[in-house]
Structure formats: structure tokens, C-alpha cells
Design a protein around this ligand. Sequence first.
Ligand code: GTP
Ligand code: MG
Length: 236
Amino acid sequence: MDKRASIQWFPGHMNKARNEIKEVMPQMDLVIEVIDARIPYSSENPMVAALRGEKPVIKILNKADLADPELTQAWMDYLEQQDGVKAIACDTEKANDVKRIIAICKHLVPNKVGTGRQIKAMIMGIPNVGKSTLINTLAGRAVAKTGDEPAVTKSQQLIKLDDDIMLYDTPGMLWPKVENENSGYRLAATGGIRDTAFDFADVASYTAEYLMQAYPELLKTRYKIEELPKTDWEFF
Ligand SMILES: Nc1nc2c(ncn2[C@@H]2O[C@H](COP(=O)(O)OP(=O)(O)OP(=O)(O)O)[C@@H](O)[C@H]2O)c(=O)[nH]1
Ligand SMILES: [Mg+2]
């Protein structure tokens, strides 16, 4: 296939979100960054690192139920080597998975536990990665709006989890230009970029090529075929 077009997408509400986050960040005790376990490299937003500064962070490899478990484990080991970083894998729709996060928050901010002062945690990440779902599962009720498309959450929302923890839900953010072509396609294929921002055929071709090479056996099982064809187009 010919060279694919690069992906550029940074709607106004994301810029607004970035400025608002910058303003409230000094009051935060920690950041919970949600990344997509299927594309950890491409879904880590460099703006999150810049905005959080020295605050501790829990990196959640989310949608782990859809990802390769071996790679997810390798990523957790890698991320935990960084200063102030705790990493866990989650399916945020499962209460048992997310309950561990509360204990980690308390562990990372020990000076507030038992003082009557709430731990304040900011939830950040790219669009559609599961930030609001995480909050709902933690809260045990639908407090934040969710949906299977990017940019569902449009502004910050404050949620009191219990007497100990306060969560800030934030709109998903991408960085102004996704320079890395692979990252652009991976973000589009997993639903982080709105589908008006890219060409379907390009993304499908990229994804088919990758999956045929990385997971041929899974594709054969999924589509009930004996042999994979040679090209992505034949595969379609
Ligand atoms: N399979 C799977 N789906 C998930 C998981 N977490 C969230 N989802 C789904 O992903 C979609 C997006 O979830 P949201 O919680 O709205 O994502 P968000 O990060 O708040 O998105 P924005 O507010 O648009 O930035 C929804 O359809 C969820 O049901 C998970 O761990 N596994
Ligand atoms: Mg949301």
C-alpha cells in the first residue's frame, strides 16, 4: 500500500483540559495514569509526564483482558523501574481488579492516612482508555459518563470516593501531533482517536499487517481459516 497519511487531532476541549489540569495539579497528591495494555508505548501521553512533575503515579495498564498477558507483564516490570511509579494491570470493569488501587493510593501517600484529610488523585490518560469506567467501578455506581468512543468526558469532574479519597476525572487528552506513524495507527485501531480523523482503509491495512505478523494463530482461530493469505487485502 502507498504511504499512509499521518494523523493529527487535538480538539479545543483538550487544550482547555490541559490548562485546567495544570491549574489544579498543585493540590493533587498523586496521578493515576490509565494506559491501554494493548499499546502501552503509544498510549502513554507525554503531556501527562510533563503535567504531573514529581508527583507519584499509578500506571494502570487497562483493558488487560484484551491484551497479550506476557507483554503486559513485561511492561509492568519495565514501568516499575521508574522513580515514583507503581504499575498494575486491570480490566476496569471488574471490581476485584480495581480495588487494589485504593490500597496503592494509601501506600503512595502515607502522610495523609488516618489524618482525616482526603487523598486527592487525578485520573489522566488518552481518550477512550477507560478512565471514567475505572471511577465508576471504584465508586460501585455510575457517577461518571462512559462510552465506546473518544471524548465522552468533556470537563473535569470531582468524585468523593469515601472519606479517605477524592478522585478527579479528566477528559482524555492526546498530544497535538502524533509524530510517530506507528503510534497514530495504533491509537486509531484501538479507539483513542475519533474516526473522522483518519482513513479507515489505512488503519485497517496497518492493523491487519501487524496482527498477521504478530498473532497469526489467533487470527486463524478468530476467523476460522486454515491458512492466512499473503497480503492484508487478501485477508480482508
Ligand atoms: N474490554 C474492556 N473494555 C473497557 C475496559 N475499561 C473500559 N472499557 C470500555 O472502554 C470504553 C471507554 O470507556 P470510558 O470509561 O468512557 O473511557 P474514558 O477514558 O473515560 O474516555 P473519554 O472520557 O472519552 O476520554 C467503554 O466502552 C468501556 O466499557 C476494560 O478494562 N476492558
Ligand atoms: Mg471519560
